[in-house]
Structure formats: C-alpha cells, structure tokens
Design a protein around this ligand. Structure first.
Ligand code: CA
Length: 223
C-alpha cells in the first residue's frame, strides 16, 4: 500500500517517511500542495497525510479538490497548534482524522493503522486464502499463523495479488503499487519478487500464475 505525505517541513516529512517505511508501507513525499494535487490524480494511494500549511496550494484546497473528484481516500490532517479553526475546516471538508503538531511517531503510526482499518469498513481487513493470510494494516503475511519473511516490495506485490485474487494483475499495476517516486522502476525486478513469492508460498495450496503478455494471478493450485 502506498502512502502520500504532503508536508513542507522536510525534517518532519523525512521522519514520517522513515517510520512508515519501517512499518512496511511504500511512502511518497511531496513538499507543496500543487505536487500533492497532481500526485493524487495519478497514483493509487491508500492514505494521504496532509499538512495544512503548504506552499503553492493550501492543504485545505488540496483536500477540497480531492473530495470534489469524489475520491474517498482516507486523509489524516497535520495541523499547527496555533490554528484550531483549520482543523475543524479540514474535518468539514472530509478529512478523516487529524493530529496536532508536535506529535509522537508512535501516535502517528497508531492513527494510520486505525484509519486504514476503518477505511476497509470492517474490524478485520485481513485477507485470507487457504493457508495464507495477509494483514494490510499490520503489513504481515502468515502461513498457518507463522509470519513470512518478506521485503517491503514483496509485501506490496502480495497485497495487490491478494486484493485481486484469481484475477489478472498487469505488471504496470504492480509497478504502480510497489515503487515510490524516488525508486528506480524495474519491470524485471517485479519478476524477481514474484519468483521469490512463489517459493515462499509454495505449500499454501495457492499459486501465482504467469499469463504471458497479460500479467500475474494468484489462484488456487488446482484451478
Ligand atoms: Ca507546513
């Protein structure tokens, strides 16, 4: 799952990015509102962390435009203590939660997890097929309860395949969900991640099929 951080304080943004990357998310960072608006129109993000005081385009305007496009993306607002009215305006415009600066990284991570769980509309967003389970919020995959050792990229590939279980996922769709803007995109690497995943889920009754020229599909072995 990709998270977009829109924050012009680069030290804070870097700290947020580090913490969320450690939690297993693919994290992008933009430093102004116009860049955020553009990014939100294209890439498939799962959550937006939005500072309100942004250069070029105000955070509230970024949010207004997002909701005008009927985009239901969960939004966590970061606001300064000196502008309590902004926080209310943000919630009125359709933000899902807010944090007042300064906040601890632990609190941020807890809010992010809560928002993502709520966003799925169920108490348990865990995806399970046969012996394989994946918790997209905790970023953990398990086989019969035992955690699998997966890199962030492998987790992202598995997440996309599980969300579209038994349907074809193109390489381009995987690339969009796996890589952040500052990472060099490699279509060959996608093949490597799929290859590693195949090995790691080998005894779950599931298989990752290659559909030449179309992409991949995670499916039941005997189909
Ligand atoms: Ca700011």
């Amino acid at each position: 799952m990709r998270i977009l951080i829109s924050e012009d304080d680069s030290a804070l943004a870097e700290a947020l990015r580090f913490a969320l990357t450690q939690s297993g998310f693919a994290v992008d960072w933009v430093g102004n509102g116009l860049a955020a608006d553009e990014a939100l129109k294209t890439a498939g993000f799962g959550l937006l962390i939005l500072d309100l005081g942004l250069p070029k385009l105000d955070g509230l305007e970024v949010l207004r435009r997002l909701r005008r496009r009927n985009d239901p993306l969960p939004v966590l607002i970061l606001s300064g203590r000196e502008q309590p009215e902004e926080k209310v305006a943000g919630l009125d415009l359709g933000a899902d939660d807010y944090l007042v600066k300064p906040f601890s990284l632990n609190e941020l991570q807890a809010r992010v997890r809560a928002l993502l769980r709520r966003g799925h509309g169920t108490a348990s967003p865990v995806l399970s097929y046969r012996d394989l389970s994946f918790d997209p919020v905790a970023r953990v995959a398990t086989i019969r309860g035992h955690p699998l050792s997966l890199s962030t990229h492998e987790l992202s590939v598995l997440e996309v395949l599980m969300r579209r279980f038994s349907r074809v996922v193109s390489k381009e769709q995987l690339v969009e969900q796996v890589y952040t803007y500052d990472q060099e995109v490699s279509h060959n690497a996608i093949e490597v991640y799929v290859h590693r995943l195949r090995k790691k889920i080998g005894d779950t009754g599931l298989v990752v099929r290659t559909l030449y020229g179309r992409g991949y599909a995670l499916d039941y072995l005997e189909h």
